[in-house]
Design a protein around this ligand. Structure first.
Ligand code: AVJ
Length: 318
């Protein structure tokens, strides 16, 4: 019998093989988030350079009561289990406003789901939590039965999707939402390149460790035998494409073994593997774009510097 971890390793190996044999070479960014990757990302959010999480938290502080008023009592469905800190702001508004709350975190990482669930259980006795272990897409078919709901997609995770992936995502969201549902979207905004560059190149080196972890994970799960000392983190904002591109650059030759497939890929010195993109948004363009998918922006919450925004969306009423 094939165990499930074996199946997962084969799937990871296949995705790695396909991405690494493409040009430019790349790896799917969801594999950045195993238990170690989630821990490293938490460290990034605590660095002085990474303004996103801090700004989003303070925007949530100033807006969740108003949001809860507008949406009324609703089930909170969160794509990406997120940090408990962030979720607590929102849950507090709904438990104070409506006495009880229902929360459905969705995450590909079972570890992240378990951590979120246990962190919340003690603090919110009237909260009903039902985690969904799977990709974002896997929850869309469940949404009609959870309505009325607020779909939470925070942290500017939407920025990890390229245009094509985002188009599919928004079509699916629009189809899955009922007329009385809402969505709360967190997005990082276009700003000066230096500020963005610093956020993805923190001085303490957590960003670099996060990028390298996907290769460490390949060593752990796929027997890849990658020399982690021969990898440099390279992240830069490209203003013309309004996105950060994050690469691992090989400083020496690497034979990458993919044991579950019995295959090896050779990376030459200087070759780069893209591990992530992080798009930044202009508010007016984003609202226009969402309109194409019949999503209407009810309210926008932003900081005085317009560095980050929360958008309260709903399906356009016809
Ligand atoms: C969690 C996807 C929003 O793009 O800013 C941070 C991930 N990668 N530093 C981002 C990330 C490197 C982060 N998101």
């Amino acid at each position: 019998m094939i165990s499930s971890s074996n199946t997962e390793a084969r799937e990871f190996a296949r995705a790695a093989f396909l991405g690494l044999s493409d040009h430019p070479r790349w790896l799917p960014c969801r594999y950045l988030y195993d238990a170690e990757g989630s821990r490293l990302f938490e460290r990034i959010t605590e660095t002085p350079e990474y303004y996103l999480t801090r700004t989003e938290l303070s925007l949530l502080d100033g807006s969740t009561d108003a949001i809860a008023q507008i949406t009324g009592d609703a089930t909170l469905v969160e794509l990406g289990a997120g940090s408990a800190r962030k979720t607590e702001r929102i849950l507090s508004a709904y438990t104070h406003g409506y006495g009880a709350a229902r929360y459905v975190p969705v995450d590909v990482s079972g570890d992240a789901l378990a951590a979120t669930t246990s962190a919340l259980a003690g603090r919110y006795p009237t909260l009903a939590v039902r985690g969904v272990h799977g990709s974002y897409e896997s929850v869309f078919p469940l949404l009609p039965s959870l309505s009325p709901l607020v779909l939470l997609f925070l942290g500017s995770t939407i920025g990890n999707l390229n245009q094509t992936e985002a188009d599919v995502f928004w079509s699916n969201v629009r189809c899955a939402l009922s007329p009385d549902d809402f969505m709360l979207l967190g997005v990082d905004l276009v700003k000066d390149a230096a500020t963005i560059d610093r956020a993805y190149n923190d001085a303490a080196g957590w960003s670099a460790a996060f990028t390298k972890n996907i290769f460490a994970r390949m060593n752990r799960e796929l027997g890849s035998k990658i020399d982690l000392g021969g990898i440099d983190h390279e992240a830069a904002y490209r203003p013309e494409w309004q996105r950060v591109e994050i690469f691992a650059r090989m400083t020496r030759r690497q034979e990458v073994h993919l044991a579950p497939l019995g295959r090896t890929i050779t990376l030459e010195p200087g070759e780069r593997v893209m591990t992530e993109i992080s798009r930044k948004f202009e508010l007016a363009d984003l609202r226009d774009y969402l309109h194409l998918f019949e999503m209407e922006t009810l309210q926008t919450f932003s900081d005085p510097a317009q560095s980050y925004a929360l958008l309260l969306l709903r399906p356009r009423q016809s």
